[in-house]
Write a protein that binds this ligand. Sequence first.
Ligand code: MRU
Length: 349
Amino acid sequence: MAGKVRSLVWTGDSLRLIDQTKLPAVFEFVECRRWQEVSDAIRTMKVRGAPAIGAAAAYGVVLGAMECRGETSERLIAAVAAVIKELAQTRPTAVNLFWALERMENILKAQEGKPAAAVIEALRLEAEAVAAEDVKACRAIGTNGASLIKNGDGVLTICNAGALATVDYGTALGVIRAAFVQGTKFHVYAAETRPFLQGARLTAWELVEEGIPAILICDNMAGWLMQQGRVQLVIVGADRIAANGDTANKIGTYTFAVLAHHHGIPFYVAAPLSTIDISLDSGREIPIEERAAEEVTHLLGHRIAPEGIGVYNPAFDVTPAHLIAGIITEVGIIEPPYRENLAEALKKR
Ligand code: MRU
Protein backbone atom coordinates (compact mmCIF):
# COMPACT_ATOMS: atom_id res chain seq x y z
CA MET A 1 0.00 0.00 0.00
CA ALA A 2 2.69 2.54 0.97
CA GLY A 3 3.81 4.46 -2.06
CA LYS A 4 1.16 2.75 -4.21
CA VAL A 5 -1.99 4.39 -2.85
CA ARG A 6 -2.09 7.56 -0.80
CA SER A 7 -4.86 8.17 1.76
CA LEU A 8 -5.51 11.48 -0.01
CA VAL A 9 -4.62 13.03 -3.36
CA TRP A 10 -5.09 16.57 -4.64
CA THR A 11 -6.39 16.38 -8.22
CA GLY A 12 -6.21 20.08 -9.09
CA ASP A 13 -9.85 20.84 -8.40
CA SER A 14 -10.82 18.27 -5.75
CA LEU A 15 -9.49 16.25 -2.84
CA ARG A 16 -9.74 12.52 -3.47
CA LEU A 17 -9.86 10.45 -0.27
CA ILE A 18 -9.92 6.71 0.30
CA ASP A 19 -13.25 6.14 2.09
CA GLN A 20 -11.98 4.52 5.29
CA THR A 21 -15.47 3.71 6.53
CA LYS A 22 -15.87 1.18 3.69
CA LEU A 23 -12.58 -0.71 4.02
CA PRO A 24 -11.74 -3.55 3.87
CA ALA A 25 -14.89 -4.72 2.05
CA VAL A 26 -14.89 -1.94 -0.54
CA PHE A 27 -11.98 0.16 -1.81
CA GLU A 28 -13.62 3.39 -2.91
CA PHE A 29 -12.70 7.05 -3.21
CA VAL A 30 -14.68 10.07 -2.01
CA GLU A 31 -14.25 13.08 -4.27
CA CYS A 32 -14.49 16.32 -2.26
CA ARG A 33 -15.10 19.35 -4.49
CA ARG A 34 -16.34 21.65 -1.72
CA TRP A 35 -14.82 22.39 1.66
CA GLN A 36 -18.03 21.23 3.35
CA GLU A 37 -17.45 17.76 1.91
CA VAL A 38 -13.99 17.68 3.46
CA SER A 39 -15.46 18.79 6.77
CA ASP A 40 -18.07 16.03 6.57
CA ALA A 41 -15.43 13.43 5.62
CA ILE A 42 -13.38 14.32 8.72
CA ARG A 43 -16.41 14.29 11.07
CA THR A 44 -17.67 10.95 9.76
CA MET A 45 -14.15 9.49 9.69
CA LYS A 46 -14.03 8.75 5.98
CA VAL A 47 -10.60 10.26 6.53
CA ARG A 48 -9.12 9.77 10.00
CA GLY A 49 -5.81 9.57 11.82
CA ALA A 50 -4.10 12.68 13.15
CA PRO A 51 -1.75 13.59 10.26
CA ALA A 52 -4.32 12.63 7.59
CA ILE A 53 -7.00 14.93 8.98
CA GLY A 54 -4.48 17.76 9.21
CA ALA A 55 -3.57 17.42 5.53
CA ALA A 56 -7.21 16.93 4.48
CA ALA A 57 -8.25 20.08 6.33
CA ALA A 58 -5.44 22.05 4.65
CA TYR A 59 -6.82 21.04 1.24
CA GLY A 60 -10.33 21.85 2.52
CA VAL A 61 -9.12 25.42 3.01
CA VAL A 62 -7.90 25.48 -0.61
CA LEU A 63 -11.33 24.29 -1.80
CA GLY A 64 -12.96 27.01 0.33
CA ALA A 65 -10.75 29.61 -1.35
CA MET A 66 -11.46 28.24 -4.83
CA GLU A 67 -15.20 28.66 -4.23
CA CYS A 68 -14.57 32.42 -3.84
CA ARG A 69 -12.50 32.72 -7.01
CA GLY A 70 -14.63 35.56 -8.40
CA GLU A 71 -14.53 37.64 -5.21
CA THR A 72 -12.29 40.53 -4.26
CA SER A 73 -9.20 39.54 -2.34
CA GLU A 74 -10.64 41.11 0.83
CA ARG A 75 -13.86 39.08 0.64
CA LEU A 76 -12.00 35.89 -0.24
CA ILE A 77 -9.70 36.26 2.76
CA ALA A 78 -12.66 36.84 5.11
CA ALA A 79 -14.54 33.83 3.67
CA VAL A 80 -11.51 31.55 3.98
CA ALA A 81 -10.93 32.65 7.57
CA ALA A 82 -14.51 31.51 8.29
CA VAL A 83 -13.87 28.17 6.54
CA ILE A 84 -10.79 27.63 8.74
CA LYS A 85 -12.93 28.23 11.86
CA GLU A 86 -15.49 25.67 10.67
CA LEU A 87 -12.90 23.04 9.81
CA ALA A 88 -11.43 23.46 13.30
CA GLN A 89 -14.76 22.27 14.74
CA THR A 90 -14.63 18.84 13.08
CA ARG A 91 -12.63 16.83 15.63
CA PRO A 92 -11.11 18.08 18.90
CA THR A 93 -8.28 15.77 19.96
CA ALA A 94 -5.69 15.43 17.18
CA VAL A 95 -3.57 18.57 17.29
CA ASN A 96 -2.33 18.04 13.72
CA LEU A 97 -5.68 19.42 12.55
CA PHE A 98 -5.14 22.74 14.36
CA TRP A 99 -1.46 22.80 13.47
CA ALA A 100 -2.25 22.47 9.74
CA LEU A 101 -5.07 25.03 9.92
CA GLU A 102 -2.79 27.47 11.71
CA ARG A 103 -0.26 27.13 8.91
CA MET A 104 -3.01 27.86 6.38
CA GLU A 105 -4.18 30.86 8.41
CA ASN A 106 -0.65 32.27 8.55
CA ILE A 107 -0.38 32.05 4.77
CA LEU A 108 -3.81 33.64 4.40
CA LYS A 109 -2.86 36.56 6.65
CA ALA A 110 0.21 37.24 4.52
CA GLN A 111 -1.89 37.60 1.34
CA GLU A 112 -3.69 40.88 2.07
CA GLY A 113 -4.10 43.01 -1.04
CA LYS A 114 -3.03 40.23 -3.44
CA PRO A 115 -5.36 39.10 -6.25
CA ALA A 116 -7.68 36.17 -5.52
CA ALA A 117 -5.77 33.82 -7.85
CA ALA A 118 -2.52 34.52 -6.04
CA VAL A 119 -4.13 33.85 -2.64
CA ILE A 120 -5.52 30.52 -3.87
CA GLU A 121 -2.14 29.53 -5.28
CA ALA A 122 -0.33 30.41 -2.04
CA LEU A 123 -2.81 28.30 -0.06
CA ARG A 124 -2.51 25.38 -2.47
CA LEU A 125 1.27 25.43 -2.17
CA GLU A 126 1.03 25.39 1.62
CA ALA A 127 -1.41 22.44 1.60
CA GLU A 128 0.96 20.57 -0.74
CA ALA A 129 3.81 21.34 1.68
CA VAL A 130 1.82 20.02 4.68
CA ALA A 131 1.16 16.76 2.79
CA ALA A 132 4.69 16.37 1.42
CA GLU A 133 6.30 17.07 4.80
CA ASP A 134 4.11 14.40 6.39
CA VAL A 135 5.22 11.76 3.89
CA LYS A 136 8.86 12.70 4.53
CA ALA A 137 8.38 12.68 8.32
CA CYS A 138 6.77 9.23 8.26
CA ARG A 139 9.62 7.77 6.21
CA ALA A 140 12.12 9.21 8.70
CA ILE A 141 10.10 7.87 11.65
CA GLY A 142 10.29 4.43 10.01
CA THR A 143 14.05 4.67 9.56
CA ASN A 144 14.60 5.98 13.09
CA GLY A 145 12.48 3.33 14.78
CA ALA A 146 13.15 0.20 12.71
CA SER A 147 16.04 -1.11 14.82
CA LEU A 148 13.77 -1.30 17.90
CA ILE A 149 12.19 -4.37 16.31
CA LYS A 150 14.32 -7.51 16.63
CA ASN A 151 14.16 -10.90 14.97
CA GLY A 152 11.49 -13.06 16.59
CA ASP A 153 9.61 -10.16 18.18
CA GLY A 154 5.86 -9.95 18.63
CA VAL A 155 4.95 -6.28 18.13
CA LEU A 156 1.61 -5.10 19.46
CA THR A 157 -0.17 -2.07 18.01
CA ILE A 158 -3.60 -0.51 18.35
CA CYS A 159 -5.90 1.48 16.06
CA ASN A 160 -4.48 2.40 12.67
CA ALA A 161 -1.34 4.51 12.62
CA GLY A 162 -0.54 3.47 9.08
CA ALA A 163 -0.54 4.91 5.57
CA LEU A 164 -4.29 5.49 5.89
CA ALA A 165 -3.87 7.58 9.05
CA THR A 166 -1.20 9.76 7.47
CA VAL A 167 -0.73 10.92 3.90
CA ASP A 168 1.32 7.80 3.22
CA TYR A 169 3.52 5.19 4.97
CA GLY A 170 2.35 5.73 8.57
CA THR A 171 3.94 6.32 11.96
CA ALA A 172 3.70 3.16 14.11
CA LEU A 173 3.13 1.14 10.93
CA GLY A 174 5.92 3.16 9.29
CA VAL A 175 8.34 1.69 11.85
CA ILE A 176 6.90 -1.77 11.24
CA ARG A 177 7.15 -1.31 7.44
CA ALA A 178 10.76 -0.15 7.66
CA ALA A 179 11.78 -3.12 9.85
CA PHE A 180 10.02 -5.51 7.46
CA VAL A 181 11.76 -4.02 4.41
CA GLN A 182 15.11 -4.35 6.22
CA GLY A 183 14.47 -8.09 6.51
CA THR A 184 13.74 -8.36 10.24
CA LYS A 185 11.66 -11.46 10.97
CA PHE A 186 8.85 -10.55 13.36
CA HIS A 187 5.11 -10.49 13.48
CA VAL A 188 2.53 -7.89 14.42
CA TYR A 189 -0.40 -8.25 16.80
CA ALA A 190 -3.06 -5.84 15.56
CA ALA A 191 -5.71 -5.07 18.20
CA GLU A 192 -9.15 -4.78 16.64
CA THR A 193 -9.84 -1.40 18.36
CA ARG A 194 -13.44 -1.29 19.42
CA PRO A 195 -15.70 0.52 18.81
CA PHE A 196 -14.68 1.80 15.35
CA LEU A 197 -12.51 -1.21 14.48
CA GLN A 198 -9.63 0.69 12.92
CA GLY A 199 -7.33 -2.22 13.83
CA ALA A 200 -9.49 -5.01 12.40
CA ARG A 201 -10.57 -3.08 9.31
CA LEU A 202 -7.65 -0.80 8.44
CA THR A 203 -4.40 -1.97 10.08
CA ALA A 204 -5.17 -5.59 9.24
CA TRP A 205 -5.90 -4.52 5.64
CA GLU A 206 -2.62 -2.61 5.30
CA LEU A 207 -0.59 -5.47 6.80
CA VAL A 208 -2.21 -8.10 4.56
CA GLU A 209 -1.72 -5.88 1.47
CA GLU A 210 1.97 -5.57 2.33
CA GLY A 211 2.50 -9.22 3.25
CA ILE A 212 3.72 -8.36 6.76
CA PRO A 213 3.06 -11.34 9.10
CA ALA A 214 0.23 -10.26 11.37
CA ILE A 215 -2.29 -11.68 13.80
CA LEU A 216 -5.55 -9.96 14.65
CA ILE A 217 -6.60 -9.98 18.31
CA CYS A 218 -9.52 -8.54 20.26
CA ASP A 219 -8.46 -5.67 22.51
CA ASN A 220 -9.08 -7.66 25.70
CA MET A 221 -6.58 -10.36 24.68
CA ALA A 222 -3.49 -8.14 25.02
CA GLY A 223 -2.83 -8.88 28.72
CA TRP A 224 -2.98 -12.63 28.23
CA LEU A 225 -0.59 -12.43 25.27
CA MET A 226 1.89 -10.43 27.34
CA GLN A 227 1.62 -12.86 30.26
CA GLN A 228 2.47 -15.68 27.86
CA GLY A 229 5.59 -13.84 26.68
CA ARG A 230 4.33 -13.33 23.15
CA VAL A 231 4.78 -9.54 23.04
CA GLN A 232 8.26 -8.00 23.11
CA LEU A 233 7.38 -4.46 22.01
CA VAL A 234 4.37 -2.13 21.83
CA ILE A 235 4.31 0.69 19.24
CA VAL A 236 1.37 3.06 18.91
CA GLY A 237 0.61 6.34 17.16
CA ALA A 238 -0.46 9.59 18.81
CA ASP A 239 -3.07 12.30 18.42
CA ARG A 240 -1.55 14.86 20.76
CA ILE A 241 1.56 14.86 22.92
CA ALA A 242 1.67 17.41 25.75
CA ALA A 243 4.86 19.25 26.78
CA ASN A 244 5.56 16.69 29.54
CA GLY A 245 5.24 13.71 27.14
CA ASP A 246 1.74 12.60 28.19
CA THR A 247 0.21 11.19 25.00
CA ALA A 248 -3.37 11.02 23.77
CA ASN A 249 -4.07 8.16 21.39
CA LYS A 250 -6.94 5.82 20.56
CA ILE A 251 -8.99 4.57 23.50
CA GLY A 252 -7.37 1.40 24.83
CA THR A 253 -3.81 2.66 24.39
CA TYR A 254 -3.47 3.50 28.11
CA THR A 255 -4.58 -0.02 29.04
CA PHE A 256 -1.83 -1.44 26.81
CA ALA A 257 0.74 0.92 28.36
CA VAL A 258 -0.15 -0.17 31.90
CA LEU A 259 -0.03 -3.83 30.87
CA ALA A 260 3.31 -3.34 29.12
CA HIS A 261 4.73 -1.63 32.22
CA HIS A 262 3.51 -4.48 34.43
CA HIS A 263 5.17 -7.04 32.15
CA GLY A 264 8.40 -5.06 31.60
CA ILE A 265 7.72 -4.63 27.86
CA PRO A 266 8.95 -1.42 26.18
CA PHE A 267 6.10 0.85 25.05
CA TYR A 268 6.91 3.34 22.27
CA VAL A 269 4.93 6.14 20.65
CA ALA A 270 5.63 7.00 16.98
CA ALA A 271 4.58 10.47 15.84
CA PRO A 272 5.72 13.43 13.77
CA LEU A 273 6.71 16.65 15.55
CA SER A 274 3.41 18.14 14.32
CA THR A 275 1.67 15.98 16.95
CA ILE A 276 3.49 17.68 19.83
CA ASP A 277 1.47 20.43 21.53
CA ILE A 278 3.99 22.29 23.63
CA SER A 279 1.26 24.75 24.70
CA LEU A 280 -0.28 22.09 26.94
CA ASP A 281 1.57 21.46 30.17
CA SER A 282 0.26 17.92 30.64
CA GLY A 283 -2.17 15.35 29.26
CA ARG A 284 -4.86 16.55 31.67
CA GLU A 285 -5.41 19.52 29.34
CA ILE A 286 -5.91 17.45 26.16
CA PRO A 287 -9.55 17.60 25.00
CA ILE A 288 -10.93 14.10 24.60
CA GLU A 289 -13.53 13.60 21.88
CA GLU A 290 -16.71 11.75 22.79
CA ARG A 291 -18.47 10.13 19.87
CA ALA A 292 -21.99 8.90 19.18
CA ALA A 293 -23.52 6.13 21.31
CA GLU A 294 -24.34 4.18 18.14
CA GLU A 295 -20.66 3.36 17.65
CA VAL A 296 -20.91 1.26 20.83
CA THR A 297 -24.49 -0.03 20.66
CA HIS A 298 -24.10 -1.06 17.01
CA LEU A 299 -21.59 -3.14 15.11
CA LEU A 300 -21.39 -2.39 11.38
CA GLY A 301 -24.94 -1.03 11.44
CA HIS A 302 -26.33 -3.94 13.45
CA ARG A 303 -27.68 -3.28 16.97
CA ILE A 304 -25.88 -5.43 19.58
CA ALA A 305 -27.06 -3.74 22.81
CA PRO A 306 -30.60 -3.19 24.10
CA GLU A 307 -32.45 0.08 23.52
CA GLY A 308 -32.32 2.28 26.61
CA ILE A 309 -28.81 1.30 27.81
CA GLY A 310 -26.55 4.22 28.79
CA VAL A 311 -23.34 4.59 26.77
CA TYR A 312 -20.00 6.33 27.29
CA ASN A 313 -17.83 6.56 24.17
CA PRO A 314 -14.56 8.47 24.64
CA ALA A 315 -12.54 8.11 21.42
CA PHE A 316 -9.14 8.63 23.04
CA ASP A 317 -7.29 8.17 26.32
CA VAL A 318 -4.09 9.64 27.71
CA THR A 319 -1.00 7.57 28.50
CA PRO A 320 1.15 9.19 31.20
CA ALA A 321 4.70 9.96 30.08
CA HIS A 322 6.31 7.71 32.70
CA LEU A 323 4.89 4.66 30.88
CA ILE A 324 6.49 5.66 27.55
CA ALA A 325 10.01 4.36 26.80
CA GLY A 326 10.49 6.76 23.89
CA ILE A 327 8.78 8.87 21.22
CA ILE A 328 9.93 7.98 17.70
CA THR A 329 9.94 11.14 15.56
CA GLU A 330 11.43 12.29 12.26
CA VAL A 331 14.37 13.83 14.16
CA GLY A 332 15.13 10.71 16.20
CA ILE A 333 13.86 8.83 19.25
CA ILE A 334 13.09 11.22 22.08
CA GLU A 335 13.59 9.77 25.55
CA PRO A 336 12.84 11.13 29.03
CA PRO A 337 13.08 13.73 30.44
CA TYR A 338 10.39 14.67 27.91
CA ARG A 339 9.84 18.29 28.91
CA GLU A 340 13.41 19.23 28.03
CA ASN A 341 13.91 16.78 25.18
CA LEU A 342 10.62 17.50 23.35
CA ALA A 343 11.31 21.25 23.52
CA GLU A 344 14.81 20.62 22.15
CA ALA A 345 13.47 18.40 19.32
CA LEU A 346 10.95 21.06 18.28
CA LYS A 347 13.79 23.50 17.66
CA LYS A 348 14.93 21.16 14.86
CA ARG A 349 11.61 21.45 13.03
O1 MRU B 1 -10.24 8.22 15.73
P1 MRU B 1 -9.09 8.04 14.78
O2 MRU B 1 -9.20 6.81 13.95
O3 MRU B 1 -8.83 9.28 13.97
O4 MRU B 1 -7.85 7.83 15.75
C1 MRU B 1 -6.58 7.65 15.21
C2 MRU B 1 -5.55 7.30 16.19
O5 MRU B 1 -5.78 7.24 17.38
C3 MRU B 1 -4.16 7.09 15.66
O6 MRU B 1 -3.45 6.18 16.45
C4 MRU B 1 -3.41 8.44 15.66
O7 MRU B 1 -4.16 9.41 15.02
C5 MRU B 1 -2.09 8.33 15.03
S1 MRU B 1 -2.20 8.20 13.30
C6 MRU B 1 -0.65 8.18 12.62
